[in-house]
Design a protein around this ligand. Structure first.
Ligand code: FUB
Length: 319
């Protein structure tokens, strides 16, 4: 009997009933603080890679040391794998496990991450590789893929963060990243070296958190705009642009000055995955104690995206 009741308690704590329907409630995890979501659909499963906030209260700054992995086949029930990559896995890095992104290429999984470089001033981007979406991952280069000395056109040392990889239909891979200055470069087929020069993009009021996706015939570049951050987006018919700015996609995320989105299609629906500072678990959420949320995303007939409606109820199970 005890087992039945405890299973029921776990089920009830992970779902919310609204008018007889089952939803995932937002934030989707209440026992661990998750930020900077990056989702990947692979072989019928959604893999969710997140940062891991560990700040004890909100009077501090980010306290982030590793990245977490989750998976789901319905967007409501999530399997937990724990921390599968850490700053310590990059011998050349010293701290700050900020935003990352995983893509699959030719049966291998590449996890691009933001870290603070140990010997070159500023933030840097590293890449880890694994044979499975849940690891084990190891440093694929033994050095930074991008470091602050490679981009000298800004005064700040945190302009090289928030990597987002994208593989176009012709197999060419790209890496997008940046804070203040949005950038992209081609990746070699080995996925761990840049192929050619670094380009700058022209996106209005760009802050950070680039995410690239394709839906139908259009390419979409979404990003955090302003500060505190909203999410904006631009569209193009080509991954290399020109990009046409389309406006605000998501408003300020509750109780957090960052918003950091990921957008996927899964089982016939589209999802906007982001973080807010909304956890009610003491000592509560905030800008440095963030939690991942999921809401549906809807396209208009002309390919533009409807403004996201952030909800407490979250999404219904995908079938
Ligand atoms: O999580 C640390 C930083 O906050 C990320 O790199 C940014 O995108 C913002 O979410």
């Amino acid at each position: 009997m005890k087992t039945i009741y405890s299973r029921l308690a776990i089920f009830l704590s992970s779902t919310l009933f609204v008018n007889g329907s089952v939803f995932a409630d937002n934030p989707i995890f209440t026992d661990v603080l998750t930020a900077d979501p990056a989702a990947m659909v692979y072989d019928g499963t959604v893999y969710l890679y997140t940062g891991h906030d560990e700040a004890k209260d909100n009077n501090v700054f980010y306290d982030m040391h590793d990245w977490l992995v989750f998976s789901s086949t319905d967007m409501v029930n999530w399997k937990r794998y724990g921390a599968k990559l850490s700053v310590k896995d990059f011998k050349w890095a010293k701290s700050d496990a900020w935003a990352g992104h995983v893509v699959e290429h030719k049966g291998k999984f590449y996890w691009y991450v933001t870290v603070r470089h140990a010997t070159i001033n500023g933030f840097a981007i590293g890449v880890a590789v694994a044979d499975s979406p849940t690891g084990p991952f190891h440093d694929a280069r033994g050095s930074a893929l991008i470091s602050n000395d490679m981009t000298t056109d800004t005064e700040i040392d945190w302009d090289d963060l928030d990597p987002a990889a994208f593989i176009d239909d012709d197999g060419q891979a790209y890496l997008f990243w940046g804070n203040t200055r949005p950038r992209y470069a081609k990746l070699k087929d080995n996925m761990v070296d840049l192929d050619g020069e670094i380009h700058s993009l022209d996106l209005p009021n760009f802050t950070e958190a680039l995410w690239v996706h394709k839906h139908g015939k259009y390419y979409y570049l979404s990003y955090a705009t302003g500060f505190p951050e909203k999410t904006a987006y631009a569209m193009s018919k080509s991954i290399t642009g020109p990009w046409e700015y389309k406006g605000i996609l998501n408003e300020l995320a509750g109780n957090s000055n960052t918003n950091h989105q990921s957008i996927i299609d899964y089982k016939g629906k589209s999802y906007f995955i982001y973080h807010n500072g909304g956890t009610q678990t003491p000592p509560h959420g905030g800008s440095f104690r963030r939690s991942v949320c999921i809401d549906e995303l809807f396209y208009n007939k002309d390919g533009t995206i409807k403004r996201i409606i952030m909800t407490s109820e979250g999404v219904k199970p995908a079938r």
